[in-house]
Design a protein around this ligand. Structure first.
Ligand code: GNR
Ligand code: NI
Length: 169
């Protein structure tokens, strides 16, 4: 089922994703909803907190639109190593129409569990590394806007607030 993606400044985007004790059928159903929601958007990633579920799960698929899908599921993810720096022009499904440069680690090593509850480790760089850091931020209630300087932050905040006010009419 495609879920509704929350938009900033929805307070639920500030929730912290709770660790998953056991990968149950219910958790797998949530993962499936997240993947469906990400593909429908479309986006390269989606964190559970973006659909109002405060659990430590995100999904990523960085495959090109014309290539076969390459879904990656991360449950209880942890970055265990970071190296180098990169600036990436990021977008976020919770900030429609906003793109801003964000400084990130260029390479990360991440530990997580997959959809079957099996532990894995992954070395990532480029967009995959950026997306992993972006999604992990979401699970900590940290948003793109928090990486901006005060001026840009206020500008993006005003734009999003206006949008919300217009939709509340
Ligand atoms: O779709 C998305 N694209 C993107 C581009 C650059 C850096 C990060 C991202 S993640 C974003 C989807 C999203 O909001 N995930 O939380
Ligand atoms: Ni996002």
């Amino acid at each position: 089922m495609v879920r509704t993606i929350l938009h900033y400044p929805d307070e639920r985007l500030r929730q912290v994703g709770k660790k998953v004790d056991k990968v149950t059928k219910e958790i797998q159903a949530l993962v499936d909803d997240m993947a469906e929601t990400m593909y429908a958007a479309p986006g390269v990633g989606l964190a559970a907190t973006q659909i109002g579920e405060a659990v430590a799960i995100f999904v990523i698929d960085i495959a090109e639109a014309d290539a076969p899908s390459d879904l990656r599921v991360f449950i209880n993810p942890e970055i265990v190593e970071r190296a180098d720096e990169i600036t990436w022009t990021e977008g976020c499904l919770s900030f429609p129409g906003v793109t801003e440069d964000v400084d990130r680690a260029a390479k990360v090593k991440v530990k997580a569990m997959d959809r079957q509850g099996k532990a894995f480790e992954l070395d990532a760089e480029g967009l995959l590394a950026v997306a992993i850091q972006h999604e992990l931020d979401h699970l900590n209630g940290v948003l793109m806007i928090d990486h901006l300087g005060p001026l840009k932050k206020r500008l993006v905040h005003r734009k999003m607030q206006k949008r919300q006010d217009a939709q509340a009419l």
